[in-house]
Design a protein around this ligand. Structure first.
Ligand code: ODT
Length: 169
C-alpha cells in the first residue's frame, strides 16, 4: 500500500465519475441500446442516487437519448440494492429492479447484475447485467480476467453484447 496524505487524493467508494457501459446482457423488452453512461451520486442526506443516459428506441422506431434517474434502497446485503427508476419523459421506462454490485475495483471496472424474474428452479428467467468501465474505450486488458470470471459465475458467459460509445448524444 502507499500513503498519500493529500486530502484531495483520498479515495471514496462512491463518486461522481462516469461509468461507461461497455457490455450488456439484455433483458426481455430491451430498453437501453448503446452509448449508455451512468453516474452514481451521494446526495446531501447520504442517500445514493444515479442518473443514466443511453440511446433507446421507443414506440417501435423512434430513436432518442433517454435521460434516466434512479434512487436506491438498501437491503440486508450491503452490495444488493433495490433501484427505483424513471425517465425524464413519461414515455420512458419506469421500474423497480434489483441492483446488485457483483464486483468492482471502483477505479476501472464494475459488474452489475439484476434478475427481474426468478424461475421455479431458482435460476434467473429474465434479467440484465451491465459491465461498466471508467474508460469509454472499454475494459483494460488487466481487468478482463476478473470480469470474465464474474460472467462465468453469473451463468451469463456468452450472453453479453458490446455496448458501443459513438458519441453524438
Ligand atoms: O436496458 C434495459 O433493457 C434494462 C435497463 C433498465 C434500467 C435502466 C434505468 C437506469 C436508471 C438510472 C440509473 C442508473 C444507474 C446505474 C447503474 C447501473 C445500471 C442499471
Amino acid at each position: 500500500w502507499a500513503q498519500d496524505c493529500q486530502v484531495a487524493n483520498i479515495k471514496v467508494i462512491f463518486d461522481f465519475w462516469t461509468w461507461y457501459a461497455v457490455g450488456k446482457k439484455d433483458p426481455e423488452g430491451l430498453f437501453l441500446l448503446d452509448n449508455v453512461i451512468a453516474q452514481i451520486n451521494i446526495e446531501e442526506d447520504g442517500r445514493m442516487t444515479a442518473t443514466a443516459q443511453g440511446r433507446v428506441i421507443i414506440l417501435n422506431n423512434w430513436e432518442m437519448c433517454a435521460h434516466m434517474f434512479a434512487t436506491f434502497e438498501d437491503t440486508a446485503d450491503p452490495a444488493k440494492f433495490k433501484m427505483r427508476y424513471w425517465g425524464a419523459a413519461n414515455y420512458l421506462q419506469t421500474g423497480n429492479d434489483d441492483h446488485w454490485v457483483i464486483d468492482t475495483d471502483y477505479d476501472n471496472y464494475a459488474v452489475h447484475y439484476s434478475c427481474r424474474q426468478v424461475d421455479s428452479d431458482g435460476t434467473c428467467l429474465d434479467g440484465y447485467s451491465f459491465i461498466f468501465s471508467r474508460h469509454p474505450t472499454g475494459l483494460r486488458p488487466e481487468d478482463q480476467l476478473a470480469v470474465y470470471q464474474k460472467k462465468l459465475e453469473l451463468c451469463l458467459l456468452g450472453k453479453y453484447r458490446r455496448v458501443a460509445h459513438t458519441g453524438g448524444l
